[in-house]
Each structure stands twice: as C-alpha cells, then as structure tokens.
Design a protein around this ligand. Sequence first.
Ligand code: 5AD
Ligand code: SF4
Length: 486
Amino acid sequence: MLKNKELEEILEKIDLNEAPPAEEPMRQYYFMKKAQMLVKQKSEELGRPLTYHVTTFGCQMNARDSEKLVGILDEVGYTEVEDENADFVIYNTCTVRENANQRVYGRLGYLHSIKKKKPHMMIALCGCMMQEAQVVEKLKKSYSFVNLIFGTHNIYKFSELIVTALESDRMVIDIWKDTDKIVEDLPSERKYAFKSGVNIMFGCNNFCSYCIVPYVRGRERSRNLKDIVREIEKLVEDGVKEVMLLGQNVNSYGKNLEEPVTFAQLLKEIEKIEGLERIRFMTSHPKDLSDELIEVMKDSKKICRHLHLPLQSGSSRILKIMNRHYDKERYLTLVKKIKTAMPDISLTTDIIVGFPGETEEDFLETMDVVKKVRFDSAFTFLYSKRTGTPAAVMENQISEDVMKDRFDRLLEEVQTIGREMSSRDTGSVQEVLVEEVNEHDPSLVTGRMSNNLLVHFPGDASLIGNIVSVHLDECRGFYYMGTKVG
Ligand code: 5AD
Ligand code: SF4
C-alpha cells in the first residue's frame, strides 16, 4: 500500500510520450496518469467533474476489491456520488448463489435507461460473476451497452482498463482464467478510517461440491508475510486500529509459500504491530483449524473473541458429498476445544439447506448440531445450483417446498438460540470500537464489541474510531443498548 504522497511523486516523474513500461506496478502508474489526463479532458469538455458510483455485491473479499477500485477511481480524478446517475458506474458482482446474478441483470436494465439519456456514460462489470463464460456470452448478446467487463484476477490493472475503455467505442472484455500473480503497492480507499480489510490470500483449493468460488477466484495464493505486515504497519500509521484478515480459508494460509508459514505464525507477527488494537479474520475452514491457532487466539490480547466457522451441514453423510473433509463428530469436538480454551468466544456459522439428496434425517442432524453448539448467529442459505459444480449434476435435487420448509424451521431455531446467546453479556462492561453516529438517532453512536455484536449508546461523532468502555444495559435481540463508563 502506498501513501498518496508517495504515489503523487511517482506519477510526477512518468512521461506519457514514452511507451508504457512492461513491469508492474509501474505499468499501472503509467496508465493511472494517462487516465487522469483523459478524465481531465472530458471534465473540461463538460464543464464539471466526472462522477462515479461503485455497487458491491457479495462478500468481504468483494468489499475489499471495491476499495481498490475506488482508490484508483479517486486517483484518476473521478468524484464519488451516492446514486447510479453517474458518468461511470461499476458493479462488482457475486455469483455464489443464483439470486445474486438475477439482481445484477435486473439493475442493468435500469442502468440502460439512464445511459440512453447520457450516451457518454460508462458501465463496467467485474467480480466473480464475470468469470463465468455463459454470463459473458449473455452480456455480449443482450447487454451490448456495457463498456467494460473484467474479472477477479486482473483488478490490479483497472487503470489500464479504464484507459482502454475510454479510448474504445466497443465493449472491452478482459477475463483471465486464473493467475499466480499478486501485485502489491496499488492505491486503495478505505471506507472507514479506523478499520480495514487486508487480503492475506486469494482463491480457494477446496472444491466443496456446491461451490463456484474455486472456479471464479482461482487457485489458492498466499501473500508474503512481510508484505502483509508492511501493509498493516502503514495502515496503523494512517490511523487504523482494527484489521480484518481476508481469505476463503485463512487456516491454510502460507502452505504454498516458498518459505511456508502457518496462519498462527502470521497472527503472532501481526500481534506485535504497535498501535494495532484488534485483529479479526475470515473465513475459517473447520478442516484446517489447528490447535496452534486456538493457543495463539487464547493468549492474544488483540485477536477478537469471534470465530466464523462454516458448518454447511450437520450430517456426516452430506458433509462427505459436499467434500468438506470433516464429519459431525469432528466439528463438535473442534467446537468443544475452542469453547474450553475461550469460554467467552462468539461462534457464528454458515449453513446450507436443501443440498441434493438431503433427507429429513440429514436435516435433523443439522438441527442437532445447531442445538449442541448454540451459535451466536448463523447465515442460513437455500442451496443454489451453480452450473459447473459437481453438485449441480447430482440426482435428487430437493424441491423448493421442502427446502423452504426446512429453511424456516432452521431459521427459527438459530434465531431463538442466537437471541439467548447474544444477551449473555448483559450487565457487564465491554470494550467497544465506535464506528459511526447512529443512523436513526443522532444522539447515539454505534460501536462493535470484540465478539462482533453492535452496541448503541449516548455519544457524539468525536468518539468515532476510539475504543471505549461501555456498560451493556439491555440486549435487544441481536444488539445492545449501553452507557459509556469512565
Ligand atoms: N448454494 C447455497 N449456498 C452456498 N454457499 C456457497 N455456495 C452455495 C450454494 N451453491 C454458501 C456457503 C458459504 C457461503 C459464503 O455461501 O454456506 O459458506
Ligand atoms: Fe467455497 Fe468451500 Fe472454498 Fe469456501 S472453502 S470458498 S465453500 S469451495
């Protein structure tokens, strides 16, 4: 990560009369400068600044990618606006479930109507959905008004793609099947001043049989430990107190580095960074969660008391077909180990209902795990068939009625337990990182506890970004009302 000033100095020295350099990130700095020039010209022509709007679908990984897109857009001279009536609209898409795709097609119809009135408007689509060949075919055929399509592997060359798209009157498409490349030192613009996502790895090698992610995000690649630590040190210098380490399966971090390191070792290094107060991470795969990690978490002053541990199903039979590499007993044993080491930990999970062949008995196994573990909260999903995954061609796809019925029963159970679990800290005093002034009541601020729950309490904007002690007066479902102490 570069500081703005460092970047300005580099851009200053670039001569656009020369050919673009071949090596990264210099090549991107060259195109950043070129895009700056083109954006300036267009904005002089229109007599106003050019605007952009980025919409992000999907997970934290996409949210982080969007911060990189925004960092580049700001640098090349676009101004952010709240709605899609902008000069440049970017959709960073998700394809993990079919309804995510449908939402994008729906929104594109609306964008087309804006573009008809504003022909110079640029529309770009990127992210996971673009990695699917049939999606790109459909866009080429029926959505030819889209200017730029790129995928998950080449976000780092957004500056170059902007220049190509600005200079072209046809749809520009740049999708890579996979990559082993990780480009460091590009700008990014954080949504919050005091917290930031940090990618520690990209891609996934697990091939859970229902999941499209390994096909759209490619093979697992870890960033070097030193690059990660350096990025966090710079973030901390810049005012960041909390980092969220991001990867599809953080527990297998570092396995394929030249000098292999474990995720637990990475955490120990990050813990040493002075000024950093909180460390979170996401997502943990139960099959790779080591005793070493539990030890490091237990002894840590900075790692938050929250673990997201996707269960997916409680049936050992289904877990096997899902290719999850653990069974019901192993999951329960792991949870026991974690809770013994850290009794105050908050556990959250992901559960899919209606996986092909799931019987009522299989479903009851899932309910059983939910009751035994008592998750603080759970994201529950209806199984969604993803073309190209092994599960999509399995027999016994479950009917919608059955799926919905199981979904409703599961939701009821996880919510009842979640409410009970959430309220267990009532009356105690907790450290809270203040995030924002409350949206509905400006006399309150909203902050997050170590266990990831939100607390609302009287305060003002001067508290944002500070960690304060708050008495938890009352639990209201999944959040608390509190009072600042001291
Ligand atoms: N159908 C439903 N849910 C899915 N997930 C991943 N693939 C699918 C699918 N095909 C869920 C998993 C994962 C979360 C991010 O999305 O529970 O943990
Ligand atoms: Fe998908 Fe499984 Fe990889 Fe998670 S671990 S991204 S569910 S394949």
